[in-house]
Design a protein around this ligand. Structure first.
Ligand code: ATP
Length: 252
């Protein structure tokens, strides 16, 4: 397994407050790596430092061998970053936005082909502000792919989506990974992490508590004699919801 990301002893301080407290982890090429943790744990800070959007206080990060802080332009060339939606000029159509971002990245793209990747070809003429929540998320993932990156970073990609849109996005992330792109994401949804992530790191108060595959972490807990609080049922409330409302997307 080749490491495509290596983080060692990363520290980020905001004044006196230590948001990221000496974390180290590697991400393997081609995997989906999830950073999990409660609100304020330091996930977004860590991700944005890796994306070259925030300065680290100390520590070392290598992305595909390039040293963060010294070779940021090379790093920017191989990563895909989700832009904040505030950056999506409200009066431009999706196809125009893709053209604009392609220009910024200095790459040639076919907007319709890009939109097709995320099932938004029919919305090429729509404005970002007129999209549904699921469509907005798919569009923001589309923008991460414009520069044909080797790694994409997704910060809470399914927050606020309904169950169908969430599952649809999971399939999109799996498709992107199956084409060879490494994915690093954050999420608060444990079912999402279990479904998508090859490995997860659990972070709390700026420190990494554990890193492993979801199966290994669950096995470790069970070996300690843990038994769930509730009787395990064969279906969940989400299954009821999906059974009643169907699996098909409703965000058109
Ligand atoms: P969430 O799950 O709520 O998105 P997170 O794990 O992504 O949380 P961060 O956004 O990285 O957490 O924030 C980590 C800590 O650093 C929080 O206590 C936050 O208040 C603090 N913090 C983040 N950005 C700044 C900033 N620019 N200035 C000061 N403190 C900050």
């Amino acid at each position: 397994m080749k490491n495509i990301i290596e983080v060692s002893n990363l520290v980020k301080k905001y004044g006196d407050f230590t948001a990221v407290d000496g974390i180290s982890f590697d991400v393997y090429e081609g995997e989906i790596f999830g950073l999990l943790g409660p609100n304020g744990a330091g996930k977004t800070t860590t991700l944005e430092i890796m994306e070259t959007l925030r300065e680290k206080t100390s520590g070392e990060i290598r992305i595909d061998g390039f040293s963060l802080g010294k070779e940021n332009n090379s790093i920017k060339g191989i990563i895909g970053v989700q832009l904040q939606s505030a950056g999506y000029y409200p009066n431009l159509r999706l196809s125009e936005l893709i053209e604009l971002f392609s220009g910024l990245y200095n790459v040639d793209t076919d907007p319709l082909e890009m939109l097709n990747l995320v099932d938004l070809k029919e919305k090429a003429g729509a404005k970002f502000k007129d999209l549904s929540g699921g469509q907005k998320q798919r569009f923001s993932i589309c923008t991460t792919l414009i520069n044909k990156p080797r790694i994409i970073f997704l910060d809470e990609p399914t927050t606020g989506l309904d169950p169908q849109a969430r599952r649809n996005l999971w399939e999109l992330v799996l498709k992107i990974r199956s084409e060879g792109t490494t994915v690093m994401l954050t999420t608060h949804y444990m079912d999402e992490a279990e479904y998508l992530c090859s490995r997860v790191g659990i972070i709390d108060k700026g420190k990494i508590l554990t890193i492993n595959t979801p199966e290994a972490l669950i096995d470790e807990l069970l070996k300690k004699g843990f038994t769930g609080k509730r009787e395990q049922r064969l279906a969940t409330l989400e299954d009821v919801f999906l059974n009643l409302t169907g699996h098909e997307l409703r965000d058109e």
